[in-house]
Design a protein around this ligand. Structure first.
Ligand SMILES: [Zn+2]
Length: 286
């Protein structure tokens, strides 16, 4: 009975301490991480490189990642530029993996125009103020599950982010944490290797074959994107450079064709991915 009471008390007190969001303590820690991170930038970048390679292989896309001071975990910019904070790179690997994949998600999903999705942002309808951020969180949660990164440090970090009245695009920290956790758990439940130790990332043969299949699909997608770029140039569209914003000032026929191309690339990628998934199912059922 006493044990039961203790358990009850502990479980009642947990959410309160887990949600403690002291802005001064949070920002002091961020500043300390920035200075420590500046001194350890080389090794920290080497560690982030593994995550970068996973993101590149998974998505079949390649974006530039620049370490700097952003006063946030990171930012995704037009033209496929990701700024990542030096203080973030200093944090435990799962936290680096989460925020790098979150920013990668903004680019891969076309929240900022880039070479793979030149018109995506302009053509999208958003259903809520936090939609882009929630989608990038989902992208990151799926990535974390796929590679068996531990989620607990990320959840604890998200819960500590202080409430900001001026921030309408991010869901509130604890709500974000809950959303990320449920997407992560769903992804693990669908992943036959999901019961492995977090972080071990040792795929069984079928998963290795799947990763190879997806890498190959990524290469083919890049090839298709290059063909599209050539076609756009040959149409004489005045928008044949790779800087994101330049795409917005194109002639109507250029915009139309580029929108079609993007759907073509989406469809191509989706069907290739479905083929890879079907192969994996067949492999697992052998
Ligand atoms: Zn974001």
């Amino acid at each position: 009975m006493r044990q039961a009471m203790m358990l009850l008390l502990v479980s009642l007190s947990l959410p309160i301490s887990a949600n403690a969001q002291d802005p001064r303590a949070f920002h002091a820690k961020e500043l300390a991480d920035y200075y420590k991170g500046s001194l350890r930038l080389g090794p920290n970048l080497a560690r982030a490189r593994t995550i970068y390679d996973q993101l590149r292989n998974d998505s079949g896309m390649e974006f530039r990642v620049i370490p700097c001071q952003t006063f946030s975990a990171g930012q995704a910019h037009d033209g496929g530029i990701i700024l990542i904070d030096i203080s973030l790179l200093q944090k435990p690997t799962p936290i680096v993996a989460f925020f790098l994949s979150h920013e990668w998600g903004h680019e891969a999903l076309g929240h900022s125009p880039n070479i793979y999705r030149p018109n995506a942002n302009a053509w999208r309808i958003r259903y809520s103020a936090t939609q882009d951020e929630d989608e990038a969180d989902e992208y990151a949660a799926n990535f974390m599950a796929q590679h068996h990164y531990a989620l607990d440090p990320v959840i604890a970090y998200l819960r500590r982010i202080p409430y900001s009245r001026g921030d309408f695009t991010h869901s509130w920290g604890p709500a974000r944490a809950q959303h990320v956790q449920s997407v992560y758990q769903n992804a693990l439940a669908q992943d036959p290797t999901g019961n492995q130790e977090p972080g071990s990332d040792k795929p069984v043969d079928c998963d290795e074959a799947f990763a190879d299949c997806r890498r190959e699909a990524g290469r083919e997608l890049n090839e298709l994107a290059r063909t599209h770029l050539e076609e756009i140039k040959s149409l004489g569209c005045p928008c044949n450079n790779l800087v994101g914003l330049a795409f917005f000032n194109c002639r109507e026929e250029c915009n139309t064709r580029m929108a079609e191309m993007e759907i073509e690339r989406d469809t191509f990628w989706q069907s290739k991915l479905d083929e890879c998934k079907a192969d994996r199912r067949r492999c697992q059922n052998k």
